[in-house]
Design a protein around this ligand. Sequence first.
Ligand code: XIL
Length: 996
Amino acid sequence: MRTRWMATAAALLCLLSGFIAISPASAAVHVAKYDFENGSTQGWSARGSGVTVGLSDTAHSGDAALLVQGRTATWHGATITPPFEKGVTYTVTAFARLASGQPPNTIAMTVQRTPAGGSTTYERVGAGTVTDAAWTELSGTYTFTADSTDLQLYVESSDATSRYHLDDIVITSDGDPTRSGLASDFETGTAQSWSPRASASLTPTTAVAHGGAYSLAVSGRSASWDGPSRSVLGAMAKGSKYEISAWVRLGPDVTSGNLGLSLERRLDGTPAYQRVAAPKAVAPGEWTLLKGTYTLAHDVDLLSVYIESDGGTFPFYLDDFSLTYIEPKPIQTDIPPLKDTVPFTLGVAFNRAQTLGEHGQLLLRHYGGVTPGNDMKWDATEPEEGRFTFTEADYLVNYAAEHDLKFRGHTLAWHSQTPDWVFKDGDRDLTPADRALLLQRLENHIRTLVTRYKGKIAAWDVVNEVIDENRPDGMRRSKWFEITGLDYIRTAFRVAHEADPGATLFINDYNTEWPRKREVLYDLVRKLRAEGVPIDGVGHQLHVNIEQAPASNVEDTIERFAALGVDQQITELDVSVYTDFVSTYDTVPQDVLTEQGYRYKELFDVFRRHASQISSVTVWGVADDGTWLSFFPITRLNPPLPFDDELQAKPAYWGIADPSKLPPLTRRLTVPAGTIVVDGKRDLEWDLLPDTPIARVGDLSAGFQARSTGAGLYVMAEVRDPSNDKNDSVTFEAGGTPYTVRRGGTHAHGFPAHAKRTDGGYRVEARLPSGTAGTLRVTVHNASGGDDIAWNGAPTVVPAIKLATASKAAPVVDGTVDALWARSPEIRTATWIQGTTGATARVRALWNGAGEHGGTLYVLAQVTDATLSEDSPNAWEQDSVEIFVDPGNGKTKGYDDDDGQYRISFSGRQTIGGTFDAFAIKDNLTSAARIVPGGYVIEAAVTLPTITLAKDALLGFDVQVNDATGASRTGAVTWNDPTGQSYLSTARWGVLRLTK
Ligand code: XIL
């Protein structure tokens, strides 16, 4: 008996109705071949009742052929849906032979089809006289020119009961139908090649049209998946990429609905459904484009595209469908393989499609390791209890073994992409009383997977994303945790270790570079290892963005876990070009891609420095055409990887392979107005902003800032340089003139400067006479050797950062203004971000500590606003006050997870904004609102559990008043931030200092 592995390998080698598209367009192209050697009928089935189509070992070549028997009419026989497209000429050849004892007769190949709007036709392709003595070749050509549905290619015989064999049926075409693409515009007034998936009616109509006069009206749908479908079999080649698009519009009287474009593929009767364009909202009365790309990665005997809704059976219109072949660019072979440029395994997330064609070449050239992006998750491997599906996983593991790629298994236990049944008993949700049952399921799942791939999978992500640093105990409230506590983690590692003691077992998570999460994960790993739980390593996903987290955070995390003595891997690296969850680019600007290149560089600098602690770095996707960030957290253009959509190297590639080839980058520096005492001491003014980092090289790193004043440009640099050499220096080159200050304090005449020793380094302050024109270059020089580090950019002068104070007191939050508020000075909103007049507020803040952790910030806003409205459905267009709080005063683009936007309307309605799930801050707000003559009063208490409030702490802080007139916002004013972007970025908020 063949082993499973052998069976899979054999399936890979045999080309079964596999579509090839390699020859030039003029030569004949091999479209399909049916040789029956894989032990199936390869899609051929019986035509006529009583007929059977099976396999026999009387073969023209190889070991198997079809045997057709049980016929009782001449048109009975064997049939298949052929991969035929309109306008293409096909040649069909087949070998036929009668079963022994059958008298000679004529066997014919025929095509049946139904032209749009016409009646069914039967057209002969080829025929011949066949005997039981030998194989006879049948051959002919076929083409059709009218849009048609229900195509069948079948074999019949002049003798109504003759039994016969068929083998080696080959279809070739004159052009290459897998390159020419397809289109439907319904301008013929027919449904063209479209037919309903179930009972829907498809009616060509001139009621509306996207282009021309006609579209296709779809009505009477019986289910969300019922609607128009069109065969694209034969139009797509395996391993090739296509763009598929269609215009849709809601039917008459339909006011809302989501439509998407999907694809059904089948082999031997097993269907699979894939999304090409996820369902999206279609606005009433408008045409909406559904568009996506698809790479056919599987052998198929049925392939069709269809339009479906994500719920409901509402009618809609379809028009201007097209399928277009995307010509791949050859991969670059004159650039170094990335894997050869790093001292650890360089891996990549992949799926089957990415092992084919150019993607496969790119993968093998640049990467030495692989992680399945989805194919080993629970929903993919055990969709129903005890029913395991390993087709994709086996393929990927075998591919890796064949090409000598290290394999990371991902992932055994996770809260996401896990089927519902896991946490249910029938219809009942499991509770902690079902702990044993859930752990048993976990054990069975893990034992099955890890045993199956024992010795072939070097590292497993055993548990994924278990931490929630915003919980008192640091644990994510997944069903796993709610039902079993920490036991699911203990069980998962124990079982994985038992099943394959040779595999390295990881706990994997994101945001481990942020200190709060880092510490919670650290404590958990230390505790479990101390118990004997076999955790070998920590996986840092490292889904970062163009600005955050700082590379130094990543370095701190790696150093922290090194102390635990665990292996570490970077498991899912990608660099989003966005800092928030809202913005979108139509085209990503070149300088953003360059900046991304420098981000890759600074991250790989960190990884290389810690190569002894990091055994592998995996990027999360082969190229930008296959990244989860196209859909997460919203659908948008987001190219986060080293290779672009056309598989060509980006600056991100050069940031890893050879940073000297990166294009020069002009960074941006925000320079507020401000006054500094140049004495080497760090004034409070410097603490209003974080230092701009200059990335570390060797042991040298630095951060710096600037303030503008009429008398020049104040600059300050904090240098970390443990080798204490008085000739170490910082040079500020502004307006073309260099100003150097040495660590020992010496500098040229003509400008005030000062240097001062700090812990592990020194600080330099100076006032440059040159102002802020042109570029600024900061170079930090280590006199005792090693490379200099530098920053190069353009300063943007902005108004001084406002600073307010909050006294310590705890008012009652009830909408009445306690006398306590008078302890803090009053500030006013006067920075208009919309309009120039309207509602404004007088604001005061108080604070109160809560022992060791947390504390509360109180805010009073007395709003002047004569007419109050909550008419708009959008909270930000109602009369309301927004309070912005950044506990770390990080002044980051985008929000960190404890940054919050707390909005309270005049009637007391609360709305909260933060990171996309606002998880860390959503419970922080308590408030009261009271309408008073001429306006309203808001009192708010914002708890800040992620920091310890204390005297002199600085909070990022701002207040905004939204002024509504009827259903729209007619004015908006803040205290400090002039950008109108406070809801997306904390960078320009003001600062609140806590006093006693
Ligand atoms: C992502 C895949 O890349 C997507 O294709 C899928 O739709 C969702 O999951 N953290 C993880 C990965 O551990 O498994 C996730 O992968 C990305 C976040």
